[in-house]
Structures are given as structure tokens and as C-alpha cells.
Design a protein around this ligand. Structure first.
Ligand SMILES: *Cc1c(COP(=O)(O)O)cnc(C)c1O
Length: 406
């Protein structure tokens, strides 16, 4: 299953990278040429059967695709409503959906003759997936990571180093994902002649939101085919968590023209709805520019980007991909949020009923899907994107659990 622009609503983004009024390119002149080159090379690659065959072979033999669509029978019975099915991106090599994008972009980097790769990472999953793809193709790799996340996600930091990549801790600002993206962009401005920046979500200037969406669309395309095989129709509802929005975009995009399928994105509700307590720009933010793109952003009254909070490092981001802003305003996708405590409850429920440890990010989608399924009839079907596995979060979950008992 190849990338998807030809199979689903292929009208966005337009030539300027706009999804309605969102998206675009708000970057210094030095990056314009690189972004044009990337756009052109990506379009050529999409039409190149050899390129697509190589990516499909990597998906199959290196990642282990297709990932299963799995009926969570005991969880469904416990909830007592609709059937809950899990799209198991946690079974991918490196443990999350991130690898779908990093393999595609690494092949693009090689195609463009780039000899060095950089990336940012929050929870470390994108850092691991980028370091993995770079090791596989023998490219040097530098990973920018906020100092706070280096502390929170130690297992992934270790893996990144073992894979031969260099970690550069970022000490500016809130020392989290947003600052890591700033530093990666700064590196790219001075190294663009030989370096490709593999951005980890459907954010940043055009063409990144389109490219990442397309490489992640393998999730939704497989789900459509597996739904036909396993229950002979499309699901009634599809649910995914939204940080930058790449697992959700990859899941939703192939369903966009299927108006009967309800699409629900779950943001990080953190501790509550007050500014600074959550990371839900689609629920509480305002349109503005962040990291080269126009989209919903958490801002204070002066228009400065706010600090945000989530228990999960991968959702701890004040912005969101521009296509999600477009889907929100058009009403095609419904966005809601899930608190830290509810995500933790979802994590335990899935672990104890199904024997699956989900990532903290993913647990937001699990909790959201349980709430949705509860209100539905037994013959209805809810599919959740199980974006990643939770081994990396074991220590943090233990800590959160002991805090909540005090
Ligand atoms: C990175 C990550 C996310 C959040 O990123 P999106 O771009 O919103 O998908 C969610 N789940 C897992 C497991 C992740 O690693």
C-alpha cells in the first residue's frame, strides 16, 4: 500500500502548502530553496515505482507491516458498549508509528544526495526511529532533545546512543519538544546544503505536513482493507491521540471522504482547562504561527506561545499540524481532550484486560475510545490507533501512580 494522495481527498494542501487558511511556509529565505527541492523530489519519488517498491519492502520486512487490527474483546465487554478494535502500531519495529515516516524521509534524503540527518524528539520515539533508519542506511544522525525530556525518557536516550546517533540536549526555554524543534531548525539553516531535517510530525513548513501525513497514511489504508476482511464494512468511529498529529493524520486521511465514518482526535487535557495546565491547542488555542506554519497554537494574551503540560512527553507541545486545524474548522473531525488521570486509568484498563502496555500518549486515545464506546450499541465498531507501546513509560507511570496515592 503506497502513499495516499491519489486515493483520498487529494485537494489539500494547495500549491502553497495551504490547508484552507492553515499551513503555508513562514521561514527565513535560507530555507526556501531546500523546501522547494524537497517538494519537487517528493513528487518525483511518489511517481517512481522503484522508490515505492523499496519503501514497501522496508515496511514489510524491516518494520513488520501490516500491523494487526485486533479485537479487544475483554476490554469491549468491560466497557459494555461498542466493539473496540486496536490498530497495533505498537507492534512495529521500534515500537510506534514514527518509523513509517522516518524510513520514507530517509529514502528522500538519500535521493536528494544529503549526507547528514538531524531531527528533534520529545518522548524519544522519533529520535529512536530516526536513529534506526540512519543506522540502516549508514547516515550520521544528530538528535535534538530538551533536557527535561532527556531526564523523563531515559530508556529511549540510551537506545538512540546505542544506535550510533548523537544526542544534543537542549537547555533553552522549557527544555521540551518545542525547544528541540527550534534548535533543529537553527542547525538546518546553517547546514541545509548537506543535511536533511526529518521532522517527526505533521507540523512545520510546507511540504512537511503533507509528506509526513502521506507516509503515515499506511495506517489508515491498512485499517480500511483489514476492516473489510474482518467485519465486512468500515468502522463507525475511528479514534487517535493528537500531539503534533501524525498518527491521527495517517489514520484519518484515508477516511476523510467516507462521510459516514466518525473521526475523533484526542488531545492532552493534562491537569485541567486553565492555561499552562494542558496541551490542547485545538480545544483552547488560537490560530497563529509556530515553527513555520499557521495553525491553532496555545498563546497568551500578547500572542506569545504558552508553556503547556502533559504527563506524556510526546503530547507536550503547544502547536498542532495545520491539516488538523483545517479539519476542526470544517467539522470533519471532532476534537476533544483527555486528562492525565484518565489516560493513566486507560493505560491500566488496557494492560489488565488485554495484556498490552500502551504508551502514555496512546493511553489518551484508549481512554477516549472507552468513553465513546460506552455510549454505543453492541454491533457498532470503534477502531483506536494504538500508536505505540509503553515500555519507555514504565518508570514514569509508577511515579505518577505513587503521587496520586498520596
Ligand atoms: C510521538 C508519539 C505520539 C504523538 O505524536 P503524533 O504526531 O501526534 O502522532 C503519539 N503516540 C506515540 C506512541 C508517539 O511516539
Amino acid at each position: 500500500m503506497a502513499s495516499s494522495s491519489t486515493t483520498a481527498s487529494g485537494n489539500v494542501p494547495d500549491h502553497d502548502g495551504r490547508f484552507g487558511k492553515f499551513g503555508g511556509r513562514f521561514v527565513p529565505e535560507t530555507l526556501m530553496h531546500a523546501l522547494d527541492q524537497l517538494t519537487n523530489e517528493y513528487k518525483k519519488a511518489q511517481r517512481d515505482p522503484q522508490f515505492n517498491a523499496e519503501l514497501q519492502e522496508l515496511f514489510r520486512d524491516f518494520v513488520g507491516r501490516p500491523s494487526p487490527l485486533y479485537f479487544a474483546k475483554r476490554l469491549s465487554e468491560k466497557v459494555g458498549g461498542a466493539q473496540i478494535w486496536l490498530k497495533r502500531e505498537d507492534t512495529n519495529h521500534t515500537g510506534a508509528h514514527k518509523i513509517n515516516n522516518t524510513l520514507g524521509q530517509t529514502l528522500l534524503a538519500i535521493r536528494m544526495g544529503k549526507t547528514r540527518v538531524i531531527c528533534e524528539t520529545g518522548a524519544g520515539q522519533h529520535g529512536v526511529a530516526t536513529a534506526t533508519a540512519c543506522a540502516r542506511f549508514g547516515l550520521p544522525c544528530v538528535v535534538y532533545m530538551g533536557e527535561e525530556d532527556v531526564r523523563r525518557q531515559a530508556p529511549n536516550v540510551r537506545s538512540i546512543k546505542l544506535l550510533g546517533a548523537e544526542i544534543r540536549p537542549v537547555t533553552s526555554g522549557s527544555r521540551t519538544l518545542r525547544d528541540a524543534i527550534n534548535e533543529a531548525m537553527r542547525d538546518w539553516m546553517s547546514s541545509v546544503h548537506n543535511t536533511h531535517y526529518i521532522i517527526g510530525s505533521v507540523v512545520g513548513p510546507h511540504p512537511f505536513p503533507m509528506i509526513v501525513r502521506d507516509y503515515q497514511s499506511v495506517i489508515g489504508l491498512e485499517t480500511i482493507q483489514q476492516s473489510r476482511e474482518k467485519f465486512g464494512r468500515l468502522p463507525d468511529t475511528v479514534v487517535a491521540c493528537v500531539g503534533g498529529g501524525s498518527n491521527a493524520a495517517g489514520m484519518f486521511f484515508p477516511f476523510i471522504d467516507q462521510a459516514k465514518v466518525e473521526l475523533v482526535g484526542i488531545e492532552a487535557g493534562g491537569l485541567g482547562s486553565a492555561p499552562g495546565e494542558h496541551a490542547s491547542p485545538l480545544s483552547f488555542g488560537k490560530p497563529g504561527v509556530l515553527h513555520g506554519s499557521f495553525s491553532y497554537v496555545m498563546q497568551d494574551v500578547d500572542g506569545q506561545t504558552c508553556d503547556v503540560h502533559s504527563a506524556s512527553a510526546g503530547l507536550d507541545y503547544p502547536g498542532v499540524g495545520p491539516e488538523h486545524s483545517y479539519w476542526k474548522d470544517s467539522g470533519r473531525v471532532r476534537y476533544t481532550d483527555c486528562k492525565d488521570s484518565d489516560a493513566l486509568a486507560g493505560f491500566y484498563e488496557l494492560a489488565r484486560t488485554e495484556g498490552i502496555l500502551a504508551a502514555l500518549e496512546t493511553s489518551h486515545a484508549v481512554a477516549g475510545a472507552m468513553e465513546i464506546a460506552r455510549e454505543k450499541k453492541r454491533d457498532e465498531i470503534v477502531v483506536v490507533c494504538l500508536s505505540g507501546r509503553g515500555d519507555k513509560d514504565a518508570a514514569e507511570i509508577e511515579r505518577l501512580q505513587s503521587l496520586s496515592k498520596k
